[in-house]
Design a protein around this ligand. Sequence first.
Ligand SMILES: Cc1cc2nc3c(=O)[nH]c(=O)nc-3n(C[C@H](O)[C@H](O)[C@H](O)COP(=O)(O)OP(=O)(O)OC[C@H]3O[C@@H](n4cnc5c(N)ncnc54)[C@H](O)[C@@H]3O)c2cc1C
Length: 365
Amino acid sequence: MVANRLARHLSTEIAAKEVQINMISDTESHIYQPGLLYVALGLAEPDSLFRKHERLLLPGVNLIHDPAVKIDMDSRSIKLNSGKSMEFDYLVLATGSHPDFDDIPGFREAAHTFYTYEEAMRTRRDLEEFKQGKLLMIIGVPHKCPVAPLEFMFMYDKLLRQRQERDNIELVYTYPLGRLHSLEPVAEWSEGAFETAGIAGETFFNPEEIDPKNKVVSTLEGDEVSYDFLAAIPPHKGAAVIRASGLGDPDGWLPTNKYTLQLEGHEGAYVVGDAAALPISKAGSTAHYESEVVVRNIVREIHGEKPMPLYDGKVYCFIEGGLQEATHITFDYNNPPKPSEPTEMVHWFKMAFNRMYWLSVRGLV
Ligand SMILES: Cc1cc2nc3c(=O)[nH]c(=O)nc-3n(C[C@H](O)[C@H](O)[C@H](O)COP(=O)(O)OP(=O)(O)OC[C@H]3O[C@@H](n4cnc5c(N)ncnc54)[C@H](O)[C@@H]3O)c2cc1C
């Protein structure tokens, strides 16, 4: 999105060969991660989530399919996996976040998540076989899309009701803090929605270890809770290249100016998306709004102007409340979210966005 927006704003400079935009990627295709939730529940097919980068990039952006292994801010160069090196004048770090499956002993063996393509497919397969018992959801923080585990519970509840299997399955959701969600208004809203759906909620639940053989989760709080199907969101970390380059904190999050989105302590370098250590949700919409600010600031710098403090922490999230209803929240650094009652119309907006996403990646909406 950043590369495409830059290509549009700087088309004259690119045509005059004064500016070159290179996008380094470690994958051939871009994945629409929010779709993994639907894939895991058997509500969407995986093919719809992938597009080759080259199909998404506008003319004027060079795609370099070669993972970055080290970023050297002194020489302003990036070492690539192939051994090649690339120099830069301006840098945008958008290396995202990933689940850390090894943070909790027993996690890999025991848990089902939907935060990667492979895991979403495994969860889909095993969920189809799961016909009786307790589904326990455990959550580690931080993780991207803080509302996705709630959505999973609401959607799975409705799926079971549709299949007339709900009476055979107990749904238990846990959260590490003293409420059901990190955002207080969302936690309050979830309480009522869980009660209506018959989903049990447990707070102050920080998994310490999982015993896959006996199907028991032990917590830092001293509880031992059994499960038949363990749905889980592991805590996330920043990209390995950030840590290898000594740029972020020990978990790989980048110190970022919360208004200009500049990488703290480095001129001409910006951070977009999950990689930033900001007091705001790690979400695609966050990256979307941030990308507008970063593009404007880089264009300003290229034109000899100073970066502006333009980002106000804006985030927009849909929250699926079942299979045919959803609500949505908007919030920023100063204004908390206010979830309203889910409606069918908001659900269809979300469905429409799932398709429109490919236009937004091209920087068109
Ligand atoms: C199940 C699920 C549901 C979600 N639902 C929503 C939702 O409803 N709404 C919402 O707003 N957000 C949602 N999200 C979150 C959203 O997908 C992420 O927050 C968003 O993708 C973050 O964008 P990003 O650009 O920071 O990182 P990413 O999209 O993860 O992109 C980072 C890219 O950097 C690449 N990379 C990493 N290291 C290197 C390297 N060394 N060299 C080259 N390339 C590298 C990665 O391969 C990746 O392609 C969801 C996520 C999941 C998993």
